[in-house]
Design a protein around this ligand. Structure first.
Ligand code: G3P
Ligand code: MG
Length: 391
């Protein structure tokens, strides 16, 4: 756990200052009596974690007054004044790229450390698989995500599958795949004439489901091949290599009116099939919300953001400030069984707020995972927080 926290932090105060958005000591921005502070007098004692899909965005469209809500966390000059981050189970692109995209869509300055995605905890596995052949599965740029974390021998599922003739007997019928490969803007790579790794000799040491898989049929087939054979498709059975999922969401809110199947649904499909064709049941680890360590990590990132807001990165007080607790961290989410359950399991200082803009649409609170507060939109949630913290 300790190592996990440290890998998400910048390695030096100077690096942290470069990585984080333009900040100013909070005490210079707000009179002390206007906001809740901890016992030392002038630190903001709260932070906010925003879910993305179904709270901030639907597809790529901002919802629930999210741009206005976020803007209220900055000064008129666009300087961050309240520590906040995005805590999403989604992903598929490096955090730096997602931060740029969010900045553009939401018209505020968001830095990479403010984006914690489902796959961000994969960094903690670097020491184990840094120089091992691994396969990265999912939409977007799964191999680039893992390479950016430092993994040296990573192949996307698209590239890996392309080294095995006829591994997917249905590929000839997938005209969309052919189109994708010939599209210059595509992230799918055609077969490399000089492969970097000999996929027929080197065993895959682990498979990472980085983001929602695109071609479920092929991905389930090739994952079963990798996992049953011990890392070499087409060979005899062997010990199952480790399998990691970035999250386990059964459903999530996208653009379509009703929820869409998420990574948890893919996991169920893979597991059901694997367990029917293999003697030993599938072994796997899922990251993402509602795991309490995701919330603990978010708290650590928020503390670092708060340190930066105070502009005290070079003083001896940094460690003290990073260590000091928030009185409240607000989790604003749309999915009771993921966002609210996770915040509740994490316990203090988490306070859960459920919006009605995504998976949850109920009138009353959710019966199984009731939130501390239910509101219509994220804008309403932020208004509530700022009012509560200023009294
Ligand atoms: O694929 C995205 C989905 O699993 C959930 O994203 O932002 O609601 O945690 P989010
Ligand atoms: Mg959501």
């Amino acid at each position: 756990m300790r190592r996990f926290l440290s890998v998400l932090r910048a390695s030096s105060p100077a690096e942290a200052r470069r990585a984080l958005p333009l900040c100013r000591p909070y005490s210079l921005l707000q009179p002390q009596q206007e906001q809740q502070h901890d016992q030392t007098g002038d630190r903001p004692s709260f932070g906010i974690a925003f879910d993305i899909d179904g709270v901030i965005l639907r597809g790529r469209t901002p919802i629930g007054g999210s741009p206005q809500a976020l803007r209220s966390l900055y000064t008129d000059d666009g300087i961050l004044k309240i520590p906040f981050l995005f805590l999403t189970n989604g992903g598929g692109v490096p955090e730096s790229k997602r931060a740029s995209e969010l900045s553009r869509l939401l018209e505020v300055d968001i830095s990479a450390p403010q984006v914690v995605q489902g796959h961000s905890p994969f960094k903690r596995l670097l020491s184990r698989f840094e120089n091992e052949l691994i396969v990265a599965v999912g939409k977007g740029e799964p191999a680039e995500v893992m390479s950016e974390y430092g993994f040296k021998k990573v192949l996307s599922m698209d590239e890996y599958a392309s080294y095995f003739d006829e591994i997917d007997p249905l590929s000839q019928y997938k005209t969309w795949t052919v189109r994708q490969i010939t599209d210059n803007n595509s992230n799918s790579k055609p077969r490399d004439p000089h492969p970097r790794f000999d996929a027929h000799r080197s065993k895959v040491q682990a498979a990472f489901i980085v983001s929602d898989p695109v071609d479920w049929g092929r991905d389930i087939q090739v994952l079963c091949d990798i996992l049953r054979s011990g890392g070499l498709p087409g060979k005899e059975n062997g010990n199952q290599p480790p399998l990691f999922f970035a999250s386990d969401d059964l459903e999530y809110q996208a653009v379509f009116p009703s929820e869409r199947l998420g990574m948890g649904a893919f996991r169920i499909a893979l597991e059901s099939i694997f367990n029917r064709i293999n003697q030993n049941p599938l072994q796997y680890t899922s990251f993402g919300k509602p795991n309490p360590f995701v919330f603990q990590n978010a708290e650590a990132v928020l503390k670092q953001l708060r340190s930066n807001i105070f502009g005290m990165m070079l003083t001896e007080n940094v460690r003290e400030m990073e260590g000091s607790s928030f009185k409240t961290i607000y989790m604003i989410g749309d999915n009771p069984s993921v966002d609210i359950k996770g915040a509740k399991k994490a316990g203090r200082p988490w306070f859960s707020i459920l919006t009605r803009t995504g998976v949850f649409r109920g009138k009353e609170n959710h019966s199984e995972f009731p939130a501390d507060l239910v509101v219509d939109t994220v804008e309403e949630a932020v208004d509530y927080i700022l009012r509560r913290e200023s009294t």
